[in-house]
Design a protein around this ligand. Structure first.
Ligand code: GLC
Ligand code: CA
Length: 571
């Protein structure tokens, strides 16, 4: 048996990404070193020690490539350059070196489904039309109708409206052709059946891997292959709420051909020492389909959005955990868990009870205090699940969604494309409050921030929370520290406690060899305290609130776990 202080050695015996806690930086909103109101790479370098203190293992940085920033950088105009507003390639070299010196891994974000319409390839098409050598690198098809005035299919953009726009050349010529854009019209979809496209992206991967980047998160990983017949989509057959997102059965999502692409990518990643890794932003209709992406010769991990979508609902959470773990075991990959990112309503708000009990899908009245309490509990529970986990910047501060941004400040293309109906994702992208009493709260040296920060955010700043034992920041730090010290956490087996009281989800974590101390991970989802079975013991490792008390009578002792609270116990 390895002694507890040998935990690091135990962990190091398996690849880092199987256990990692990955912190997502949305660079525009993280830290702005030069004060222009836009977060930048030097800002990230400046805060690396903060990330080390928090106790994370790897940083995933959302795109910072050269980009018109129409979709916050998910519209790339040059994959080998850094946007001037965010820094330089040299800054990135420094960032990688400084992160590695601190033991942090760096994951970049690759956007292979589409480029920006300002990418040199698309610009060449706009200049030269059908004679452009880049023509076949995009999904361009003749329009339907006598004058080609109708789009080739009825496909809809994830950002509202049609997924095709008529191709109008730079000189104003209206062509007979339409180009596909599953997202904004400034994000034309690339044609992955073209070998030139495949070669180019392999080369981009090598460019950054050679610099020492440890891996890539793959944007829209399930979207690269389209059904070669380009059939119309039967939108009638799916619930309205799914049309823009996963759209099960859509001829542009989760097509079998997509897997060949990742087999090629994996080969490139494996030529490096240590091997570089991939994490897919993969939306698949079932846990079974999702696990296919994690076969041993494809991606290392994928985001598990099914768990995110389960919400604050014990039954759905348990079902999602079961399906995920079972299907990942089949392919030998560790599951991943995530509750927030730059595309969804922050979970401190999303979990908040509403007056009429309806789920929080947009601006609405929410019980913020209970929302935060639930979010803290859900996060502690999540960090105890098998595999690796993600944190979205600011969730360690318990930041809420900002629903009341002034309309003129909104930048998400979703807002414009929905004709100002869907407020979009800016509310989870408001710059981080670091310190001070007034905006920009230490985000930059002055007042500027590309989205305005709420006045109440002074209280939520990092400096306000550090040192306050009850703060969300200190809770995250304690929990991550504990996770690191417990060999049974991270990758490895789990089993449910079926004697858990109603409203409580509880599982036992142990090592595969069962030669290390086990951990009980439990969450009380009820709005009242519950008595835990005495057999679970009373040794608390950490908890989301201090409200965990030991009750003893003559014969035995047990714990009472506070309302909407999660706890880790020595198993
Ligand atoms: C992914 C990103 C999202 C982006 C979209 C288009 O879903 O997470 O932010 O808008 O892809 O690239
Ligand atoms: Ca800046």
């Amino acid at each position: 048996m390895t002694a507890p202080h040998d935990v690091c050695a135990y962990r190091q015996s398996r690849p880092w990404w199987r256990d990692a806690v990955v912190y997502q930086v949305y660079p525009r909103s993280f830290a702005d070193l030069n004060g222009d109101g836009i977060g930048d790479l030097p800002g990230i370098i400046d805060r690396l020690d903060y990330l080390v203190d928090l106790g994370i293992d790897a940083v995933w940085i959302s795109p910072f490539y050269a980009s018109p920033l129409n979709d916050g950088g998910y519209d790339v105009s040059d994959y080998r350059a850094v946007d001037d507003r965010l820094g330089t390639v040299t800054d990135m070299d420094v960032l990688i070196e400084q992160a590695h010196a601190r033991g942090l891994r760096i994951i970049m974000d690759i956007v292979p489904n589409h480029t920006s319409s300002e990418h040199a390839w698309f610009a060449d098409i706009l200049a030269n039309g059908v004679d452009s050598p880049a023509w076949s690198r995009y999904v361009i098809r003749p329009g339907k109708g006598a004058n080609h005035e109708e789009p080739p299919t009825n496909w809809r953009s994830v950002f509202h409206g049609p997924a095709w726009s008529r191709l109008v050349l730079a000189d104003g010529t209206v062509t007979d052709y339409w180009y596909l854009h599953l997202f904004d019209s400034t994000q034309p979809d690339v044609d992955w059946t073209n070998p030139q496209v495949r070669e180019e992206f392999l080369d981009i991967l090598r460019f950054w891997f050679d610099k020492g980047v440890d891996g890539f998160r793959i944007d829209v990983a399930h979207g690269l292959a389209k059904d070669p017949d380009f059939p119309d989509m039967d939108y009638e057959s799916i619930p309205a709420s799914e049309i823009l997102g996963l759209a099960p059965g859509a001829p542009y999502w989760d097509q079998d051909q997509v897997h060949e692409i990742y087999r090629e990518w994996r080969k490139v990643a494996n030529t490096y020492s240590p091997p570089r890794i991939f994490c897919g932003e993969t939306w698949a209709p079932t846990a079974e389909r999702l696990a296919l992406y994690q076969r041993p010769d494809e991606l290392h991990t994928s985001f598990n959005f099914d768990y995110l979508a389960a919400g604050w609902d014990a039954e759905k959470m348990r079902a999602s955990i079961d399906a995920t773990v079972e299907n990942h075991l089949k392919v030998g990959a560790p599951p991943t868990w995530v509750l927030s990112n730059h595309d969804v309503i922050r979970h401190a708000t999303r979990f908040g009870p509403t007056p009429n009990g309806s789920p929080v899908t947009g601006p609405t009245e929410v019980d913020a205090e209970r929302g935060l309490q639930r979010a803290r509990a859900a996060s502690v529970f999540m960090f105890g699940l098998p595999g690796s986990a993600y944190i979205y910047q600011g969730e360690e501060l318990g930041l809420p969604e900002v629903f009341d941004l002034p309309d003129h400040t909104r930048q998400d293309p979703v807002w414009h494309r929905s004709k100002d109906k869907d407020t979009g994702r800016d509310g989870c992208r408001v710059p981080i409050p670091w310190s001070g009493e007034a905006p920009s709260y230490g985000f930059g040296p002055g007042e500027k921030s590309w989205l305005p920060q709420p006045t109440q955010w002074a209280e939520l700043s990092v400096t306000q929370q550090r040192g306050d034992e009850d703060s969300t920041w200190e809770m995250y730090r304690r929990v991550l520290q504990c996770r690191r010290n417990e060999p049974a956490l991270g990758d490895g087996p789990m089993e449910w406690y079926d004697d858990a009281p109603t409203g409580v989800l509880a599982l036992r974590r142990f090592t595969a060899e069962d030669d290390q101390p086990s951990v009980i991970v439990a969450i009380n989802m009820l709005n009242e305290p519950v008595h835990l079975p005495s057999g679970w013991g009373t040794e608390v490792l950490t908890a989301s609130e201090s409200d965990v008390v030991v009750v003893s009578d003559e014969d035995s002792s047990h714990l009472v776990l506070g309302a909407e609270t999660a706890v880790w116990l020595r198993g």
